[in-house]
Design a binder for this molecule. Structure first.
Ligand code: G3H
Length: 214
C-alpha cells in the first residue's frame, strides 16, 4: 500500500512531518510520500522523504503568471503530483493538459475523482493512479472505506474496466491502520490522506498507526 500524506495548507511543520514519514517508511519498509505546499517542496525533499506536488498547472513555459510548472516542481524534488484534487478542481481538458505536463517530466500522477463514474473517466486519460474521494467525507473522522465501501469497490471496478494498469487509491477520513487495512481489503492499492497526520498532535505516532494496518 502506498500512503500519500497531503499537507494541504494546514499549519503544520512540513519538515517535521517529512522527517517522521521518512523514518516510519524506512523502519517499516512502506512507501510513504508527503505532498507539501509548492513553496516547501525543496526543504521537504531535502529530508529524504518521497516528495509529491499537490498540483501542477496545465501549461508549458511561457506567460502564465502564478502557475505551478511541472518542470519547476520536479526541479525542486517532486517525484509525483496530484491532479484535480477535490479542493483544486480543474476541467477535463485541464486534467488532460496537466497529465501532458507531468509526462514532459518524470512525475508520477494521481488524478482525483469524486465517485466511480469520474474515476472511470479519469482512468481513460491513463494516469498512474486514480484516487477516489467523496468530498463530503474529506476532513472527517470516518474513513471512506467504512462510511462508503461501495464507492471504493465501484471505483476499483470502474478503473479496472477502463485500464487495469491504472491503480486505484482512496481517500477521505483515513487516519488509522484499520482504515488502511479496510481500504486494501476493498481493492485499493494506496490511500490519500491529510488531516489524520497534518492535524495530529503527534504526526509520527499517527504515521506509525497507519502502517500498522499494512
Ligand atoms: O488529500 C487528502 C484528502 O483530501 C483526504 O483528506 P483527509 O484525510 O483530511 O480526509
Amino acid at each position: 500500500m502506498f500512503i500519500l500524506v497531503n499537507l494541504k495548507a494546514y499549519p503544520c511543520d512540513p519538515v517535521a512531518v517529512a522527517r517522521a514519514a521518512r523514518d516510519v517508511a524506512d523502519a517499516h519498509g512502506v512507501r510513504i510520500a508527503v505532498a507539501p505546499q509548492a513553496a516547501d517542496l525543496a526543504r521537504v525533499e531535502a529530508t529524504g522523504v518521497e516528495t509529491w506536488a499537490q498540483h501542477v498547472s496545465p501549461v508549458e513555459h511561457g506567460s502564465h503568471t502564478g502557475s505551478t510548472l511541472a518542470e519547476a516542481v520536479e526541479a525542486n524534488g517532486a517525484e509525483g503530483t496530484l491532479i484535480n484534487h477535490s479542493e483544486r478542481r480543474v476541467t477535463l481538458a485541464a486534467v488532460d493538459d496537466a497529465l501532458a505536463a507531468a509526462r514532459r517530466t518524470d512525475l508520477e500522477t494521481i488524478v482525483c475523482a469524486n465517485d466511480p463514474e469520474q474515476a472511470g473517466a479519469a482512468a481513460a486519460l491513463s494516469p498512474d493512479a486514480v484516487a477516489v474521494e467523496p468530498p463530503a467525507l474529506i476532513g472527517g473522522d470516518v474513513s471512506v472505506a467504512t462510511a462508503d465501501p461501495e464507492i471504493v469497490e465501484g471505483a476499483v471496478a470502474a478503473v479496472n474496466a477502463v485500464d487495469p494498469d491504472v491503480e486505484l487509491f482512496c481517500g477521505a477520513g483515513v487516519s488509522t491502520g484499520d482504515d488502511v487495512e479496510a481500504a486494501r481489503d476493498l481493492g485499493a492499492t494506496g490511500v490519500l490522506l491529510a488531516s489524520g497526520v497534518a492535524k495530529a498532535a503527534d504526526p509520527r505516532s499517527a504515521l506509525e498507526d497507519l502502517v500498522s494496518g499494512i
